[in-house]
Write a protein that binds this ligand. Structure first.
Ligand code: ATP
Length: 236
């Protein structure tokens, strides 16, 4: 579904991503793990058209989307739930959700089908449809950011650090929801996470990114059991 070939991204003259090649197959959860500043967010921003690469290509369902504007990429069904929530604080929960479906041609249908799917998974949001998003708790805003992406009916969902800043109990809840979206709804997911343990547990496959380069890849379970990965990223 997603193929990245020999990607290179620079900020000015400083390279952030070097010769990266990764693949995400339909139906998979693939995780990209790495330390602070490894280039995880930059990778997602490049896929979704927010950052232009210096070299390399990005294909989505065999369409070359390298350097295309972000709104065209969203319209193809590739949605990005960004780091730091990014909800519209002065809009209600419902308005935020409907913005997620903005580019869909079948908006009324989206309302019925995706809204009930989203409310089933995030009952807290259903209770708070009229509340301003900026007054939600951090965890609720994180859920709203994911739910808003789901309203766009993504074929591929890019999730950037969905567990960031959440209490441990909510972190578990978020990972359960990610698994559920993938299993029951069939959404393919590329998950960027600093919580390497939970990410590798939920993912079918994973890539390890170190200062802009892929240094390891494999099945989630194999990476979890790799002594070097354990030492460097899992702390045991
Ligand atoms: P974190 O987990 O801390 O969010 P990350 O793995 O997502 O890190 P990126 O945010 O992609 O890493 O950053 C990769 C590198 O690119 C870092 O060295 C960062 O300082 C640099 N960088 C990111 N955004 C910019 C920017 N807009 N301008 C200049 N340098 C940037």
């Amino acid at each position: 579904m997603l193929t990245i070939e020999a990607l290179e991204v620079c900020y000015g003259v400083i390279p952030a991503i070097k010769d990266m090649s990764i693949q995400v197959n339909e139906g998979e959860i693939v995780t990209l793990i790495g330390a602070n500043g490894a280039g995880k967010t930059t990778t997602l921003k490049t896929i979704s058209g927010l950052v232009k690469p210096a070299n390399g290509r990005v294909f989505f369902n065999n369409v070359d989307i390298t350097g295309k504007p972000a709104h065209e990429i969203v319209a193809l069904g590739l949605l990005h739930a960004p780091e730091g929530r990014g909800v519209f604080a002065n809009l209600t929960v419902m308005e935020n959700l409907m913005l997620g479906a903005y580019l869909r041609k079948d908006k009324d249908k989206a309302k019925e089908e995706e809204l009930s799917m989203v409310f089933e998974r995030f009952p807290r949001l259903k209770e708070r449809v009229k509340q301003m998003a900026g007054t939600l708790s951090g965890g609720e805003q994180q859920m709203l950011a994911i739910a808003r992406s789901l309203m766009g009916k993504p074929k591929l969902l890019l999730l950037d650090e969905p567990s960031m800043g959440l209490a441990p109990i909510l972190v578990k809840e978020i990972f359960k929801i990610i698994k559920d979206i993938n299993e029951k709804y069939g959404t393919t997911i590329l998950l960027v996470e600093q919580n390497a343990h939970l990410a590798l547990k939920v993912a079918h496959r994973g890539y390890v990114l170190e200062t802009g380069e892929i240094v390891a890849e494999g099945k989630g379970s194999d990476l979890l059991n790799d002594p070097e990965i354990r030492k460097a990223y899992l702390g045991y």
